[in-house]
Design a protein around this ligand. Structure first.
Ligand SMILES: [Zn+2]
Length: 196
């Protein structure tokens, strides 16, 4: 911290698996609680842990955004993909480059936390379709495609990628603690129903 040396921060994903965030810098220390303040990007480093005279809410918003983008999102993605064995929960695609961690309750929702029970591993197309309420997931893990989409006629991506997913059951982790939270699924499914 005193020498402001760049460090690598290894955030635990699963047993023996880490997300490496670098460079990070230690910018403050709370002697009483034995905690350190870590800056995950250059802007946070310059702002420092204490900037007197700045409105707190504004400063917090300024610091939270890079933390969410640089640290929380990659860690969330890594944890969800690990839990789902790098596989789309809807179509079973196993190509990490084409997979995302979708939020069940969105980022910004009071319970939209970046934790595995609020996440679903999805390929890019199913993630976008889920976010835009083109398909929904019931709390019993059944996938539903919106009626107007089912009535459309188009090429193979619509037929195989969307229509064929209607009625499938989501593949979820066997570990109970990693499975999607049924209450969150229920609340999210309600939004899908309203959209349809
Ligand atoms: Zn998929």
């Amino acid at each position: 911290m005193l020498r402001q040396l760049p460090l690598a921060y290894f955030v635990g994903i699963a047993a023996g698996v880490y997300h490496a965030q670098f460079p990070v810098f230690i910018i403050g220390e709370d002697m009483a609680t034995h905690e350190f303040v870590v800056a995950v990007d250059e802007a946070q480093r310059l702002i420092g842990p204490e900037s007197p005279g700045e409105p707190t809410a504004l400063r917090r918003a300024y610091v939270q955004r890079p933390t969410r983008e640089r640290l929380h999102q990659p860690v969330f993605r890594a944890r969800v993909l690990q839990a789902y064995r790098t596989q789309c929960s809807i179509c079973q695609l196993r190509h990490a480059d084409l997979l995302d961690a979708a939020h069940i309750l969105p980022d910004g929702h009071p319970r939209g936390h970046p934790v595995v029970p609020n996440g679903l591993a999805m390929c890019k197309i199913h993630h976008a379709a889920y976010d835009r309420n083109i398909l929904g997931v019931r709390p019993d893990l059944r996938v539903h495609v919106r009626a107007d989409i089912l009535n459309e006629i188009d090429g193979p991506m619509l037929r195989h990628g969307l229509h064929a997913m209607d009625g499938r059951t989501l593949s979820v982790p066997s570990a109970r603690a990693s499975r999607p939270d049924p209450e969150s699924l229920d609340e999210r499914y309600e939004l899908f129903r309203q959209a349809g």
